[in-house]
Design a protein around this ligand. Structure first.
Ligand code: NAP
Ligand code: ZN
Length: 368
């Protein structure tokens, strides 16, 4: 078996929590986010309790708060988003071996998985055939109810889903590595992107700018496709070799049949065919962006050139640790705008307009 079950969010009556954490939640698709408190469980032997310091703002948070994935992953309200979590260990359960109080740790998009299916055993917990427990908006199989994410001051997570974060890294800039980082690192590694290859990154947002950093670190020649001419200078500073403004058909034409690999990080409806035409023979385009609506693909754009159209979801825990260690070794973090939690609704409005340089990160110290 290699498929992935469709998630079903069942809301069981929650058990009595050990404590309540402060948080920010959206009560509906149109309410915006405001203060809320969430239940957190009593530590089990293999649990780690984390005081959250920083949490990145992913476009997936925005999609889910606004229920844009209602056909695939409907939002259960109130929703507390946040899956780019950095914090310090507050307490550990008695069987925890990897962490102790005071350690700097991270939590990404998953907090649990079945652990026994073929994909979990292969270290691909993100493809757990019983569906991984996502950090928020998923059935909480331990406490009941739904899971609540990192726009909060504290969280309890199984040790196996907690990552070590080097104190060499700027911690606010490291938060986005937990989703934007691994989501771009994993497909670039899977498709062996490296020296001698021409690689396209589509969209310069949170994922896209991390894709640029990793593709450059792996030695590829990197072309950015952007709809935003005002991002050209930043793209160059980030190491991009060439920027193509994707709304200019002539500029696109110049790159026909020339790419080994293209990583598409776009969050909204756009034409995939325009990029498939740019692949070389046997080239691959991988989608990580998850727009609300399906996109048509012309068969001939795959047939001619034996092109592949693939997808990728975050990465497994082992690979996420590998990515964090790679970042510590190479000094890679995200370019961020640090915000207070009280500014989250304005940040969402800017994110919806592709206006962020290049990831918002919430300073959780502002959640008083
Ligand atoms: P983001 O920061 O908003 O970046 C998305 C970028 O897409 C924008 O900066 C913009 O780049 C481009 N874009 C936006 N609207 C566009 C349009 N109408 N046409 C063409 N380009 C457009 O978002 P993100 O946090 O990086 O997330 C990107 C997508 O990945 C989201 O859909 C998110 O849910 C998904 N995601 C998937 C995974 C996974 O595991 N597969 C993990 C995390 C996130 P330019 O201004 O340069 O054009
Ligand atoms: Zn994310």
């Amino acid at each position: 078996m290699s498929g992935v079950a469709t998630p079903v969010v069942e809301v069981k009556a929650p058990e009595t929590p050990a404590y309540k954490a402060k948080a920010y939640a959206a009560k509906s698709a149109t309410s915006g986010l405001a203060t809320f408190s969430v239940p957190r469980r009593e530590l089990r032997p293999d649990d780690v309790q984390i005081d959250i310091q920083y949490c990145g703002v992913c476009h997936s948070d925005l999609h889910q708060v606004r229920n844009e994935w209602q056909n695939t992953l409907p939002t259960v309200y109130p929703v507390v988003p946040g899956h780019e979590i950095i914090g310090r260990v507050a307490k550990t359960g008695r069987a925890v071996k990897k962490f102790k109080a005071g350690d700097i740790v991270g939590v990404g998009c998953m907090v649990n998985s079945c652990g026994v299916c073929e994909n979990c055993r292969a270290g691909d917990e993100q493809f757990c055939v019983n569906f991984p427990t996502l950090t928020y908006n998923a059935e909480d199989k331990i406490l009941g109810g739904v899971t609540y994410g990192g726009y909060s001051d504290s969280i309890v997570v199984r040790e196996a889903f907690v990552l070590r974060v080097s104190d060499k890294l700027d911690l606010a800039g490291a938060a986005p590595l937990l989703c934007a980082g691994i989501t771009t690192y994993s497909p670039l590694r899977h498709w062996n992107v490296g020296k001698g290859q021409k690689v396209g990154i589509v969209g310069l947002g949170g994922l896209g700018h991390m894709g640029v950093k990793f593709a450059k670190a792996f030695g590829a020649r990197v072309v950015l496709f952007s709809t935003s001419p005002k991002k050209i200078a930043d793209a160059k500073r980030l190491g991009v070799d060439e920027v193509v403004i994707s709304t200019n058909p002539e500029a696109m034409q110049k790159h026909l049949a020339s790419f080994d690999f293209i990583l598409d990080t776009v969050s909204a409806e756009h034409d995939l065919n325009a990029y498939l035409l740019l692949l070389k023979k046997d080239g691959t385009m991988t989608l990580v962006g998850a727009p609300e609506k399906p996109a048509p693909v012309a068969a001939f754009n795959l047939i001619l050139g034996r092109h592949r159209l693939a997808g990728s979801a975050i990465g497994g825990i082992r690979e996420t640790q590998e990515m964090l260690d790679f970042c510590a070794e190479h000094g890679i973090t995200s370019d961020i705008e640090l915000i207070k939690i009280q500014d989250i609704n304005q940040a969402y409005d800017r994110l919806a307009k592709s206006d962020v340089k290049y990831r918002f990160v919430i300073d959780m110290g502002s959640l008083k």
